[in-house]
Design a protein around this ligand. Structure first.
Ligand SMILES: [Zn+2]
Length: 425
């Protein structure tokens, strides 16, 4: 290598280091017509960001402003904490493009990861700065690698909580319907009885932040959802995961599957379609949250031919609406998570719109997608609110999402960890 080339490389490296340093060190003063701090809406507020932290938030006139702070403001805007997606599958893409079976069986992990990098970027651009990703569905621990690539700055995406392969009872999960002489790859890891201890530990060792189990699945004699694991098995999972400081979350749609998960000590229930008042009251009593994934049911019904707005509502959708209302009545903590991946990444707001459409007040939806999710995911000392000391995950949208939740689609600015990823004047 020539001396001149070496010098060039040296100069370029120094420039990159300096620009990286400047980028990380930029201070900002953000103002907006409204600031939603994770709990309530304020006017006349400003937020100061120094490095990757929020250093002050409150009324502008009382605010100590760093002299070199870069000012950011948009007309008719609302500033909010970065949104948190409660239930994503970054390794999946919409089922009307490719069926779940074909994604699991025919798409290589490399292909799926290539797609996932775009999904991650689209998610962040939509204002979702954190996701709880609940299973790779046949892509092994690709989520762990995706998370690290984002943390290392190789690709752009949200901060991730990952659950790796997830755990299903033997015989319960898909893909199904093949000659039994063939060894078909299953979309999650099978385990039963005492072996659950080993599988939970193995998944944790391979990078799972969360252990996800399927407490029921569509394996009834007519393909209906039926419970899978016994309470004892679920308790083993919870005890093993909890001793490492990790929570367990359960896919559960049937009252009995939900009941077993609740009794076993899991923290959140995903879907909960057939939940009864009794079950929701039990959830409330035990402080277990529901992640209703309304948008996934809505998307799947449309993939099956339902013309929304034209055709009458399918029974499945009617029932989902009823059970969601019941959960609200019972006072269950509602998380915002759409099972995105079933529908397009970047369309995450669809779940928040449906929560509002199904009877939640927009302010409650905003809380769900920020401070409530953060608390349920044990991240409330880092993200989900706008207050001094938290990470600078912030978004600005046009209009007032507390009046119309769809204003969350009008993203103007996305900041994660003090770095601006989107800034649309
Ligand atoms: Zn899911």
């Amino acid at each position: 290598m020539s001396y001149i080339l070496l010098m060039k490389i040296f100069v370029i490296s120094v420039c990159l280091m300096i620009s990286g340093w400047i980028n990380a060190q930029t201070d900002y003063l953000l103002t907006a017509d409204r600031v939603f701090d994770g709990e309530s809406m304020h006017t006349g507020w400003a937020v100061v960001v120094q490095g990757n932290k929020i250093t002050s938030a409150g009324p502008l006139e009382k605010m100590p402003i760093p002299t070199d702070a870069q000012k950011i403001s948009f007309p008719n805007s609302t500033l909010l904490p970065g949104l948190i997606e409660g239930h994503s599958h970054l390794l999946l893409h919409p089922y009307n493009e490719t069926s779940w079976n074909d994604q699991v069986l025919k798409e290589s992990d490399a292909y799926r990861v290539a797609r996932a990098t775009i999904h991650a970027k689209n998610t962040l651009s939509a204002g979702f700065t954190t996701v709880r990703d609940l299973g790779t569905e046949g892509a092994g621990y690709a989520d762990v690698g995706l998370k690290k690539s984002i943390e290392d700055g190789i690709i752009v995406g949200p901060r991730m909580l990952v659950s790796g392969r997830a755990i299903v009872a033997t015989g319960s999960y898909g893909p199904k319907g093949f000659d039994t002489d063939m060894n078909i790859m299953i979309g999650a890891e099978e385990a039963d009885g005492d072996n659950l201890i080993r599988v939970v530990r193995d998944q944790i060792g391979k990078g799972a932040d969360i252990v996800k189990v399927y407490a029921d699945y569509r394996w009834g004699r007519s393909n209906e959802s039926k419970p899978t694991f016994t309470v004892e098995e679920l308790k083993l999972v919870v005890e093993t995961a909890n001793s490492s400081g990790r929570p367990v979350v359960a896919h559960a749609s049937t009252p009995e599957g939900m009941r077993r998960a609740i009794v076993a000590g899991i923290e959140t229930i995903e879907h909960g379609d057939e939940g009864t008042m009794e079950i929701f009251q039990l959830m409330k009593e035990k402080n277990i949250s529901l992640c209703p994934t309304l948008a996934a049911d809505d998307a799947v019904a449309q993939y099956r031919g339902w013309k929304k707005g034209i055709d009458p509502e399918p029974l499945q959708i009617k029932k989902k609406k009823e059970s969601f209302k019941m959960a609200l009545q019972a006072g269950v903590t509602i998380l915002a998570g759409g099972d995105v991946g079933v529908f397009a990444h970047g369309e995450n707001v669809r779940e928040l719109e449906m929560m509002s459409e199904y009877g939640m007040q927009p302010m409650d939806v905003l809380q769900s997608a920020t401070s409530t999710n953060a608390k349920a995911f044990h991240l409330d000392n880092q993200i989900g609110s706008i207050r001094e000391g938290l990470k600078a995950d912030l978004i600005i949208v046009s209009g007032d999402p507390s009046k119309d939740i769809s204003n969350l689609r009008k993203i103007r600015l996305v900041m994660k960890d003090g770095i601006i990823y989107k800034n649309e004047k």
